[in-house]
Design a protein around this ligand. Structure first.
Ligand code: A2P
Length: 276
């Protein structure tokens, strides 16, 4: 067992989430089981899956194979638009918990707002009732914009987490300010930002300076801002490297040089127009 361990961040509804976790898209069940077991052994305690990934059974299998106690891992999953109703959220919880092989889920997210069908508010009401009866420890959203979140706030409901695409090329300042104002934790999907970022001269120079990999530099950028990052890897060496990021610190001007790589949101999927 590695001694890598992520600190945790407190959530509004009383739970706490590890600051670094393991993403599982686009692994299939077999690949997910293998990678998740390796990730537990490397020290990861947060695991992120979704109904839409089709690998919840594999994620559950990997957790069981690792032998870790259920209470020592934080499991996140997400449900699709067909479940956007109060009863639908409960059905989605039952489906996912059966596949994962667990009797509660740490964090359940509405995967995309799908405002075209305009039922995400009802789905979120379903999440609050699952939170109240102990089926969930935390509730949240993914790919929501401020005007979607505002609809929840108007009903007196606040997500613990909004999981969004975020990396140094897509820093999303307005959305993050909105989250911070309401106590919503920002979780970054695709935190490594792709090969163009990982090969960027600014990232490479910092990797050389600290003797770390480009991915480790980018993950530090997330962690030092209080973002929760969930890098995926199916490569055993990278799985270990990606959580070994707690022994160095980027200077403020280095953080800024990474944030300056922002190219805007132009290539981010518009969640008013698409989503499953
Ligand atoms: P692989 O599974 O072969 O490691 P993200 O979670 O940001 O979407 O990133 C996932 C992608 O980044 C995958 O293609 C993954 O490939 C790759 N990746 C994961 N860790 C690293 C790393 N340390 N260095 C380079 N690429 C990585």
């Amino acid at each position: 067992m590695s001694d890598a361990a992520a600190p945790t961040i407190d959530l509004l509804h009383g739970s706490s989430i590890p600051a670094l976790g393991f993403g599982t898209w686009p692994l299939d069940d077999d690949e997910a089981a293998t990678a998740v077991e390796q990730a537990v052994n490397a020290g990861y305690r947060l695991f992120d899956t979704a109904e839409n990934y089709g690998n919840e059974a594999g994620v559950g299998e990997g957790i069981r194979r690792s032998g870790i106690d259920r209470g020592d891992v934080f499991l996140t999953t997400k449900f699709n638009k067909k479940w956007h109703s109060s009863d639908g959220a409960r059905q989605a919880f039952e489906n996912s918990s059966r596949l994962l092989g667990v009797d509660y889920i740490d964090l359940l997210l509405i995967h995309w707002p799908n405002p075209g069908q305009d039922r995400f508010v009802d789905a979120f009401k379903g999440l609050t009732s699952l939170l109240e009866d102990g089926s969930l420890r935390a509730i949240g959203t993914s790919n929501f914009k401020p005007h979607h979140l505002q609809r929840l706030l108007d009903e007196g409901m606040v997500p613990d987490v909004n999981q969004i695409q975020l990396d140094p090329r897509h820093t999303r300042p307005d959305l993050r300010d909105f989250h911070a104002h309401h106590g919503i934790v920002t979780e970054s999907w695709s935190p490594l930002g792709g090969s163009e970022l990982l090969q960027h001269a600014t990232v490479d120079a910092l990797a050389d300076k600290y003797g770390m990999t480009p991915a480790q530099i980018v993950l530090r950028w997330h962690l030092q801002q209080g973002l929760v990052a969930i890098p995926k890897s199916a490569n055993p060496l990278r799985i270990k490297q990606n959580i070994n990021v707690f022994g160095f610190e980027l200077a403020p001007e280095e953080m800024e040089s990474l944030s300056a790589l922002d190219t805007g949101d132009g290539d981010i999927s518009d969640s008013d127009k698409s989503g499953h």
